[in-house]
Design a protein around this ligand. Structure first.
Ligand code: ATP
Ligand code: MG
Length: 427
């Protein structure tokens, strides 16, 4: 069973508001402080931008930020003067009016009283908040911070002067980030050699059965990660919800699931070989060492990888690996029989339990009459030799990466006694 882990950190977008930041009169030290503050609270700033003192611009920035963030933090523009537009921008983004907030007004009047100042209409602007917003106390100044929710995203506006920003962040932002820790549980499964559309077609029908679970698909060449997530208050309950959904996903995807997405396919294969006490050797043509490199990327690969040969030129396939010259002369190097022989020979050369081989045309030009994207991968094991031909699509880099995945997966299947996958591997 794949490991369950709380999702990565809460995602923050920081929006600094102020013409003086854009024209260079003030250095945006608040964004730097907020970045560190977020990290200390277990969260992460994923984007920071600076906008003008203009309500429509602020509103647009907030709306866009809400689409990608768990928490949006604004800095500046909460003061009493006419160039302080953040409250107005928030109201526009939330689609609500501005109204005098009674609780904030009482606090402000009390402060002004103690300072012997008069509560002018201009000063009271600071407590005119978007409807539904909550004021956050400001122990270092007169303008309260503002907290409101827009479509499920928490938006927190902090005053611009750095001392005030820090005071209000400590009062309202840090507790918010701490309380949201661990409230999201995710589980990601890695699949190999299934097109994204096919993964989605298999998993999609399960979604009504697990309404609390959000599903996302993350595609890389020949690999699709299915990410399941659920948010709420009780991590244990969420974990059970996610586990039930994952069980169903594993069932419909079958042996296309290679494991937990936290681990690479090569890590899975190395782990598998180590568990059964088997070794592997690699003979590569178009992948040029990428399969061997994928293995050696994994700590502990020395336990299972005997070695590899890059036999790129056709002549080297004969002279180095001992592939039959007549076979090469008759069919050329891109041929199932050649792939099989490469796998068999490299297995013998290194005294490994499994030999795996790649040959094919990565492009951009065809090789003689063999079109770009035609590849053969083969695995030779203790009992059998299996070769698979594929027609791949994409540029040179994508094709080489797909073949690398196909080769690693063929070893996995050989060890597990599973049949090779033969269908399309990309949309
Ligand atoms: P005030 O009540 O002082 O007007 P405010 O919340 O409206 O506060 P701004 O008017 O945007 O904040 O900025 C006030 C001052 O705070 C700026 O002149 C600047 O000195 C400082 N400041 C604002 N934003 C930043 C920032 N991002 N980084 C550093 N200092 C800032
Ligand atoms: Mg101001």
């Amino acid at each position: 069973m794949a490991r369950r882990r709380p999702a990565g950190p809460q995602r923050l977008v920081v929006i600094a508001v102020g013409d003086e930041l854009l024209n260079g009169f003030v250095v945006n030290s608040n964004a730097a402080w907020l970045g560190r503050c977020a990290a200390d609270a277990g969260a992460q700033v994923v984007e920071a931008l600076t906008v003008r003192d203009d309500a429509a611009t602020i509103a647009r920035a907030v709306t866009e930020a809400c689409a990608i963030a768990d928490v949006v933090v604004l800095s500046g523009g909460l003061g009493p003067t006419s160039d302080d537009r953040t409250r107005e921008g928030l109201a526009v983004a939330a689609g609500v009016p501005i109204e005098l907030n009674a609780a904030a007004e009482a606090v402000l009047r009390d402060l002004l009283d103690r300072q012997g100042r008069i509560a002018t209409a201009e000063l009271l602007r600071q407590v005119e908040l978007p409807q539904g917003a909550t004021p956050i106390p400001n122990s270092a100044g007169s303008a309260p911070g503002v907290r409101l929710q827009i479509d499920g995203t928490v938006v927190i506006a902090l005053p611009g002067p750095p001392r005030e920003l820090r005071a209000v962040a400590e009062a309202g932002l840090v507790p918010e980030l701490r309380s949201r820790r661990g409230s999201l549980v995710t589980l990601s499964l890695r699949t190999a050699l299934l097109p994204e559309s096919e993964v989605a077609a298999l998993v999609g029908p399960l979604e009504p059965r697990h309404p609390e679970v959000a599903v996302a698909y993350l595609a890389a060449p020949a690999e699709v990660v299915v990410r399941l997530s659920a948010s709420g208050a009780d991590p244990d309950e969420l974990g059970a919800v996610i586990d039930r959904a994952a069980e169903d996903v594993r069932e419909v995807l079958g042996d296309a699931v290679v494991g937990d997405a936290d681990r690479s396919l090569a890590e899975e294969v190395v782990g598998l070989l180590a568990r059964v006490g088997r070794t592997v050797a690699v003979a590569e043509s178009l992948t040029g060492g990428a399969v061997a490199a994928a293995f050696t990327d994994v700590p502990g690969a020395s336990e299972v990888l005997r070695g590899g040969v890059v036999a790129y030129a056709t002549a080297s396939k004969a002279s180095v690996l001992g592939v039959d010259e007549t076979l090469l002369a008759e069919h050329g190097p891109v041929h199932a029989g050649v792939a099989r022989e490469m796998a068999v020979r490299v297995r013998e050369m290194f005294g490994a339990d499994y030999g795996v081989a790649t040959t094919g045309v990565a492009g951009p030009d065809p090789q003689g009459d063999v079109p770009v994207g035609v590849v053969h991968v083969a695995v030779a094991g203790p009992r059998a030799v299996t070769a698979v031909r594929r027609q791949l699509h994409g540029d040179r880099d994508v094709i080489r990466r797909q073949v690398t995945v196909a080769a690693l997966d063929l070893v996995r299947r050989g060890v597990l006694g599973l049949p090779p996958r033969t269908g399309a591997i990309a949309d």
